[in-house]
Design a protein around this ligand. Sequence first.
Ligand SMILES: [Fe+2]
Ligand SMILES: [Fe+2]
Length: 243
Amino acid sequence: MVDKSLDYSIVRVRFFQNLKCESKANQHEYSLYSVISRTIINVELHRKKHTMLCLQNTTNTEWIAVASAHLDNILIDHAHCEKKAAANAMSMVQRYPDKPHLVREMIAILKEEWEHFELCFDELERRGVTMTRDKGDFYVQELAKLARRQEPERCLDLLLIDVLIEARSCERFSILSKCEDIPEDLRKFYYSLLASEAGHYRMFTDLAREYYPTDEVKARLNELSAAEADIIRSLPNSPTIHG
Ligand SMILES: [Fe+2]
Ligand SMILES: [Fe+2]
């Protein structure tokens, strides 16, 4: 289901992210690799119409029109999404402290999502837009209802719901980065986040595969992604990242 070229480019990006750019040579190599990898990811996203991200449908054109006409709302909602992604990583540590690899990955993702929140906040300040209170994310709330209550099924469902949220966010960032009605600086901003969010998608998928049999992961992801597609279809095309 997952495209191999996307896998490799994400692995490369994450490798160089882990390198922490210790020397100038590394920094140069890192930026070069990031640009190349992001280009590969973007081309693949476009070519396969997002289906390799395990999504069973694509965003409709009405949402794109609404989003591009209400960019301040999109940015505010996006900032809240990044804040909640960081909080979600912390709640996974709270739930599963006995899974060392999961904890290690959540530490990394929390830092990245919090950095993304800061980038959104910088962008809002640069545009002179003041953040408003979080109105909640109906899409995520509906997905959360699908998680089974008992363990070990609950952990698998929470990981796969995170897979789907990252995949859908990735698809929407890709759309925003290509939308000609959006100012170029903002398109670049969304493009710059694409590789990182695709890396999160891959990381949650890998964790699910590490802790659960492949067949079980595949079957449950199939069920949840069908439900996710229904939720997306039912939404009113509001100016939010998952609207
Ligand atoms: Fe993020
Ligand atoms: Fe993310």
